[in-house]
Design a protein. Structure first.
Length: 598
């Protein structure tokens, strides 16, 4: 199937825009590859430090000799977070599999992994986005010894995978495989969880009932089962060819998951294509297509530009919007539907998705992968267990549940549902895949806030029970690290269900759980950088029009002569926030990935 003309045009545009930066990146990558692992030229004391910690005599002897492939493991393990708890057993398993394949593996380093689900609405959330940069730098520190021939990256959740990717791309000359841990088995259905949250927001259920529901939903090791940023991460990494075929969504502790983990270790030993060559313009476009086709996390309008930039590639919001207009929505997974990610996998998962997109010309099927010699189009044949071993399965050509995962011929929607808004308030992104058509154009008076707690308090006082566009400003990366405003979802959802015309406009984030209420997020320039959002006052009539792609000020007396409101006084201290002041001062715009690099 020939490429869709828009896919081809966007890829060409990205390639042309990135020509200079990508060439410089590849030159650096190839120069590093030509030098080979530094351990071979290290002094004797340096080399001895590199294998002194080996407890297996055969590993120590192999590293001492220098010819055996050395694999570095970078892990985000901790046992408080469900998604990362399974990684505790991975190092020994990976070491054994690498040893059997003729190599030696060592844990090169660990990176932090925080959970946005725990820090929602708390001070720690102001560290969340910047933890991506910390993880990228931690990955670079882990690999800085220069002693490895390949890398295994262990990470799952929101900022962890993007951070690992950015860090690994700074060592882009090394072959790298990402090793997922998989989602927890299904618990309380996500739709029921959302219903109970909304009832609690209305004061109809107490906190005990809410906690019971949450504990029944988040109940065991593994990724949360809704389709937020964590599971969007796994989809993207497979779309970029950095997982083994079909590795994204096998549950932890199952024979299939163990077999896939072993296979990843064996694969990296013989892998020759470095990660910086795999992550090219085609891989980046494939990732965007996958995000759009599945209705994935809006956080990736931040993460993907930052990841692309780490490989010398310039990705813009226009690229997302142009692709969204032609990529159909093929999945309905909560919050864009009632199913969870286990049901998505059972319906055909990544194999069906990739095959459908490739057959429609909506995928660069020839893009390189860690499954060397085969492009991403071959990932329509997932790895399966048969007779105690892994084999390539047959192509998945039919969905087992079209209500969860649909073919291109009968999509959930004709487009991906991610749009860019522009206008007097700046530029923003909006995800409409879960927004009903009659809520996609909202015109109403503004009510202005500077934090989500104030919104919740106003809701409880009944002050928002009307047509309203809630403006929450000074929530961008420069202001306070751009925390997610996920706790706004239940009250705004209640207002919408009561029949009011409701929308949100913010320079903050709404997370991978962005849902049914139209939300113009990531508004840039942000208020703390002098953006026009700082000039909005209570009662100004705004219009959020996702159909025309505009964010308008319809009635605001003396708009042009207004002075922006001052940012709230915040010492930026407590819960470690004082340590991140340098990030807030250095961070770029949301459109450029809200990154401190470059």
């Amino acid at each position: 199937m020939s490429l869709h003309p828009v896919l081809d045009a966007v890829t060409r545009r990205i390639r042309e825009r990135s020509a200079t930066s990508r060439a410089a990146y590849l030159e650096r990558l190839r120069a590093a590859a030509a030098q080979g692992p530094r351990r071979l030229s290290l002094g004797c004391a340096n080399r001895a430090h590199g294998f002194a910690g080996c407890t297996a005599a055969e590993d120590k002897a192999a590293l001492r000799g220098g010819a055996t492939p050395a694999i570095g493991i970078v892990t985000s393990y901790n046992d408080m977070l469900s998604a990362h708890q399974p990684y505790g057993a991975y190092p020994e398993r990976l070491k054994a599999a690498v040893r059997a394949a003729g190599g030696v593996a060592q844990v090169a380093g660990g990176v932090p992994a925080m959970c946005d689900g725990i820090t929602q609405g708390e001070p720690g959330m102001e560290l969340s986005l910047f933890s991506r940069e910390v993880i990228a730098m931690g990955t670079a520190v882990a690999l800085s010894h220069g002693t490895f021939d390949g890398v295994l990256c262990l990470g799952v959740c929101d900022k962890i995978v993007p951070g690992l990717l950015i860090g690994a791309l700074s060592f882009g000359h090394q072959p790298t495989v990402f090793v997922p841990a998989g989602p927890m088995p299904s618990g309380l259905p996500n739709k029921e969880k959302g219903r109970i949250r909304q009832l609690h927001a209305e004061g109809k259920l107490d906190k005990h009932a809410l906690l019971e529901a949450e504990a029944a939903s988040y109940h065991s090791p593994g990724t949360c089962t809704f389709y937020g940023t964590a599971n969007s991460n796994q989809m993207l990494v497979e779309m970029m060819g950095l997982h083994l075929p079909g590795a994204s969504f096998a549950n932890p502790g199952t024979p299939l998951r163990d077999a896939l983990t072993d296979a990843a270790a064996r694969r990296v030993v013989g892998l020759r294509t470095p990660i910086g060559e795999i992550v090219d313009e085609r891989a980046v476009v494939n990732a965007v297509v996958g995000l759009l086709a599945t209705g994935g996390s809006t956080n990736h309008t931040l993460h993907l530009p930052a990841i692309a930039a780490a490989a010398g590639i310039a990705l813009t919001w226009e690229d997302f919007a142009d692709l969204s207009a032609v990529v159909p929505l093929l999945a309905r997974v909560y919050p864009n539907g009632s199913a969870d990610v286990n049901q998505f996998e059972a319906a055909g998962g990544m194999a069906f998705l990739i095959g459908e997109l490739a057959d429609a010309g909506l995928l660069h099927a020839d893009a390189a992968t860690v499954w060397e010699g085969e492009g991403i189009g071959a990932y329509r044949r997932p790895l399966r267990l048969e007779g105690g071993g892994l084999v390539r399965g047959a192509p998945v050509r039919e969905s087992a549940d079209p209500a969860v995962l649909a073919p291109v011929s009968a999509p959930m929607a004709a487009e991906g549902g991610l749009r860019v808004l522009t206008g007097p308030l700046g530029r923003a992104v909006v995800k409409v895949s879960a927004v009903k058509p009659d809520h996609r154009v909202i015109e109403a008076p503004a009510r202005v806030f500077t934090d989500q707690e104030s919104v919740q308090a106003a809701f409880r006082r009944g002050e928002l029970h009307r047509d309203v566009i809630v403006v929450v400003r000074f929530q961008g990366p420069k202001a306070n690290g751009m925390p997610e405003l996920h706790k706004l979802t239940p009250p705004l959802g209640v207002l919408q269900d009561l029949g009011y015309r409701v929308a949100l406009v913010t320079d903050g984030r709404m997370s991978g759980a962005s849902g049914k209420v139209p939300a113009a997020i990531h508004v840039t320039p942000e208020a703390a950088a002098g953006g026009p959002l700082g000039r909005v006052r209570d009662g100004d009539v705004l219009r959020l029009d996702t159909e025309r792609g505009v964010l308008e000020v319809l009635d605001a007396p003396d708009w042009e002569s207004r002075v922006s409101a001052e940012a709230p006084v915040d010492a930026g201290a407590g819960c470690g926030r004082e340590l991140f002041g340098v990030f807030r001062r250095a961070v770029g715009s949301a459109e450029a990935g809200a990154s401190v690099f470059g």
